[in-house]
Design a protein around this ligand. Structure first.
Ligand SMILES: *Cc1c(COP(=O)(O)O)cnc(C)c1O
Length: 533
């Protein structure tokens, strides 16, 4: 069928793109202005029920192309009115997600280049800008030099999408490294020679070395580094305060996980894992025939922003041959401020380290740098050769596809490049300090009327509090009522059976007046609830 002249005219041409693209930039700038405007009537949560947005969208796609103008007019009604406003100054839920004009422009450019950088050859600037900007971050965060892409050794940094993805990659790399150890170094088995497991694995080992296993005869050998018969008895550890993603990743990787009971931290007063707890678990699990292979430590837990002390846990991992991965998704950004440097003690023991630059550095989602002490080794476990992906420089150039699940990858380093160059590190430090100060202000204000108490001391922009002398149900009613009210938004948490509310300073637009406002709303709602019972 011939394409009609009219339908061609309806397609956007370069001139229309210039015009409408600028309108889109204006739209975003206006959105940000309305977020900042405390008289705009906007609340952090939309006034909306499940299904409300779907009702505004036709159940089938348009038969003929629509005008851009018609689409554009739907943006407020469908998108903005139905959005939770993460950058609203009175949004205090979860942890922050960052953003800036510079980062938005980087995403425009990434979308504009629209290439996929799985290998160096498939987009050299995407690969090399990522290598350089991640080395910049090593300097700014004060991470060990051996993580650098440019370092002499095998260190490596790569941008993943999320902390969840990073933890999963770390689990798979640690698991493969342990499988390799078992298969290639029989001496590793000496300590468990007497156990049934030792015998089982030795049996497997014998078969692997003879190269005449039943599996191979069948033509269906298990993957060498990801051999479930070998990791069947492997066990990994994390804190009972670790993010839910760690549990999900372990589950999806098919490895057993033990959550270590956290206890009150002597230094920060929140909930971290002690070295005694880790030691006891390793000892007990070994005696039961399991093979501990990994600890996922959390620096900045979601519930109380606690820090698993790497200088205490690291030496044990080293002695016992456990891979040490660090999930510093939220707290990692704070490493750029010298005064938060205490969280870095013991970094020299870390095998892989991850944080979400998109949580605290003016960089919008997604940007989650992950570093490996030995990236060359780790990438071996993800390497699948395909002729169509090979290129003449692969022996010397970086091919980031070997350190992630997906093949394709976006140009995320542009965001780091733009923000670090145009905003500068001092502005980032200032914002993180402000976030921390505002949380401290809230922690002082909330206890003023004597009806509230802090559950743990505030840390890095997070305040955990509850109604004094009240049970979980009463605190839950308060939290639910606050969110139904919608003037502020926060979420609860629970540590060892105690329910509490958590206020995280999230928006770069949050000021003292918003903190006072939050306190006032909480007091008001709480007294309303009290007067009703
Ligand atoms: C936010 C967060 C996560 C999850 O982050 P994603 O990047 O969305 O997967 C994991 N761990 C911690 C400690 C976090 O703060």
């Amino acid at each position: 069928m011939p394409i009609s002249r009219e339908s061609i005219l309806r397609c956007m041409d370069p001139e229309q793109f210039r015009k409408h693209g600028k309108e889109m930039v204006d739209f975003v700038a206006n959105y940000w202005a309305s977020l900042k405007d405390r008289n705009s009537g906007m609340t952090p949560l939309p006034d909306i029920r499940p299904g409300d947005v779907s009702k505004l969208v036709p159940s089938s796609p348009p038969k003929n192309p629509e005008d851009w103008k018609t689409i554009f007019e739907d943006l407020d009604k469908v998108v903005v009115n139905g959005a939770t406003h993460w950058h609203h100054p009175r949004f205090f839920a979860y942890f922050p997600t960052a953003c800036s004009y510079q980062a938005i422009m980087a995403d425009i450019l990434s979308g504009g280049i629209a290439g996929i950088g799985f290998t160096w050859k498939s987009c050299p600037s995407m690969t090399e800008l990522e290598m350089s900007t991640l080395d910049w971050l090593v300097d700014l965060l004060g991470l060990p030099e051996h993580f650098k892409n440019a370092a002499e050794g095998p260190g490596c940094g790569i941008i993943q999408s999320t902390a969840s993805d990073s933890t999963m990659i770390a689990i798979m790399a640690a698991r493969a490294a342990a499988v390799e150890k078992v298969k290639q170094e029989p001496t590793f088995l000496n300590w468990m020679a007497a156990t049934d497991l030792g015998k089982t694995i030795k049996g497997i080992l014998g078969k692997v070395r003879q190269n005449t296993t039943e599996d191979e005869a069948s033509g269906l050998p298990p993957p060498y580094y990801h051999d479930p018969t070998v990791f069947e008895k492997f066990v990994m550890y994390c804190s009972d305060q670790a993010h839910s993603s760690v549990e999900k990743d372990a589950m999806l990787c098919g490895v057993r996980m033990r959550k270590l009971k956290s206890s009150r931290d002597a230094e920060l007063g929140n909930f971290s894992v002690s070295k005694e707890t880790l030691e006891a678990a390793i000892k007990e699990d070994r005696a039961r025939g399991y093979v501990p292979f990994l600890l996922v430590a959390t620096v900045g837990t979601t519930c109380s922003c606690a820090v698993d002390h790497l200088d205490e846990l690291g030496p044990i991992c080293q002695q016992e041959g456990l891979w040490l991965h660090v999930d510093a998704a939220y707290a990692g950004s704070f490493f750029v401020c010298p005064e938060f440097g205490y969280m870095k003690r013991g970094m020299e023991y870390v095998d892989s380290f991850n944080y979400n630059a998109h949580k605290g550095m003016f960089i919008n989602f997604d940007c989650s740098p992950l570093w490996f002490r030995d990236g060359a080794h780790a990438s071996k476990f993800f390497n699948v050769d395909a002729v169509y992906l090979s290129h003449e420089h692969q022996a010397t150039a970086y091919d980031y596809r070997h350190l992630q699940v997906a093949l394709g990858r976006r140009f995320r380093s542009l965001k780091i490049w733009f923000v670090l160059r145009n905003m500068g590190i001092e502005k980032i430090r200032e914002a993180l300090r402000k976030q921390n100060e505002l949380a401290r202000l809230f922690s002082r204000l909330i206890v003023e009327n004597g009806q509230f108490e802090l559950f743990v001391p505030p840390h890095l922009g997070l305040v955990c509090f509850k109604i004094k002398n009240a049970n979980n149900a009463q605190n839950e009613v308060l939290c639910n009522t606050l969110n139904e009210d919608r003037r502020i938004h926060l979420v609860p948490s629970n540590v060892h059976g105690t329910y509490f509310l958590r206020l995280a300073v999230c928006s770069q637009f949050t000021k003292e007046e918003d903190i006072i406002f939050a306190r006032d709303v909480i007091y008001e709602i709480n007294s309303k609830i009290r007067s009703q019972v």
